[in-house]
Design a protein around this ligand. Structure first.
Ligand code: OGA
Ligand code: NI
Length: 369
């Protein structure tokens, strides 16, 4: 032991120094790549025990992620949403009402930000929680077992409504701001529609979830995954479940998103024009476990850059005293509450106190059985 301990300490402090250098560069993974690296730096390496859990894939799951046509017959749409939310917790939607042009322009604008000059981006680089617009790499950099191959621009859109001038000033500033605001409006409308369908899928009145403020706020995260020289050694995003009520994700054509279903990582293939929807931890809690907040991740790739834009329905930066627990109408003697009540602030504080790694945050809110 005497031999092992000093080595571990020196390795850890060395890692900490490397994390700090990376953080203080304010240049993200894109900056590293632009500096000409040809190997993945140590801070991004998945530890052997993490790589090992990927190994035994049986490959016999022929499961494919459901695709739901939202303009279809109402009862069939509700049934489809219910099945998907109860089983895999993640599905794609088409004919969702978000204009194809807005989707396309949103991806281009997100890419535009990440490919802007470092001087433009570094102004927004911060780890301060309260900031509404934050650029950074790995919000959990100092807490995770390894860093992910990804940079992010985070924008808390509402409430209170974000003012367009808070968004970054790019060469095509007005266009960038207009697109982000328009995407936010359209994705908010889709969120309301999905909360109505999910309410009905739980056997509740269609305005139930919205009346609990599930659609009151959202944040938009513009992710950028630079091409990776050694993709098998790291990940684009480590396995996690999402903290909020619901996430609507727009991914470009590159691919790499995977969902954990029956212990296997299943690809979520890009479908032109489709959006990915997944249940978040808070909706699993509200539904008393009926809906699944599923683990997902993004693999790194030689291909890229990959751009995705996630919309989290939750209240970041907005104080709400409302308490959330399993919905009373769903409970019975046969279905006793599994989770205790929590405020969004307490849930988020717990979620963000740890590095991304599975879906353990919800466990903390489970009642003793
Ligand atoms: C997320 C997420 C996946 C992606 O933002 O929580 O899982 O494809 N993103 O970027
Ligand atoms: Ni996610």
């Amino acid at each position: 032991m005497a031999l092992v301990t000093p080595v571990q300490i020196s390795t850890n402090s060395d890692r900490f120094q490397q994390l700090k250098i990376f953080d203080e560069s304010k240049a993200g993974v894109k900056g590293l790549l632009d500096s000409g690296i040809t190997h993945v730096p140590p801070i991004f390496l998945r530890p052997p025990e993490d790589l090992a859990v990927d190994a035994p894939l049986s490959g016999d799951t022929h499961f494919t992620v459901p695709v739901i046509e939202l303009a279809g017959e109402h009862a069939a749409v509700v049934a489809g949403v219910r099945r998907a939310a109860e089983t895999v917790g993640l599905f794609q939607v088409v004919n969702h009402g978000v204009a194809a042009k807005v989707v396309e322009e949103m991806v281009a604008a997100a890419r535009g930000f990440h490919e802007a000059a470092q001087e433009v981006k570094r102004v927004y680089y911060t780890r301060e929680k309260e900031k509404k617009v934050k650029y950074g790499s790995n919000f959990d950099l100092y807490r995770s077992k390894f860093a992910s191959w990804r940079d992010t621009l985070f924008c808390a859109m509402a409430p209170p409504p974000l003012h367009p001038p808070d968004l970054p000033l790019l060469c095509s500033a007005q266009i960038y701001r207009d697109i982000t605001m328009e995407y936010s409006r359209q994705v908010q409308a889709l969120g309301s529609l999905l909360f109505a369908l999910l309410s009905e899928a739980l056997g509740l009145k269609s305005d139930y979830l919205e009346s609990m403020d599930c659609a009151k706020g959202h944040s938009i995260l513009m992710h950028y995954y630079p091409p990776c020289p050694q993709p098998h050694l790291t990940l684009g995003t480590n396995r996690h479940s999402d903290p909020g009520f619901l996430t609507i994700l727009l991914q470009d054509h590159i691919g790499g998103l995977q969902v954990l279903y029956q212990n296997e990582w299943i690809d979520v293939p890009p479908i032109p024009g489709a959006l990915v929807v997944n249940i978040g931890d808070m909706l699993q809690l509200l539904s008393n476990g009926q809906f699944k907040s599923v683990e997902h991740r993004v693999v790194a790739s030689h291909k890229g850059p990959r751009v995705s834009v996630a919309c989290f329905f939750t209240l970041d930066n907005y104080p709400s005293a409302r308490m959330y627990g399993p919905i009373k109408e769903l409970l019975s003697e046969d279905n006793p509450p599994v989770y205790r009540d929590t405020s969004l602030q307490d849930f988020n504080a717990h979620y963000y106190s740890k590095g991304l790694d599975g879906n353990s945050a919800l466990k903390h809110f489970m009642l003793q059985q």
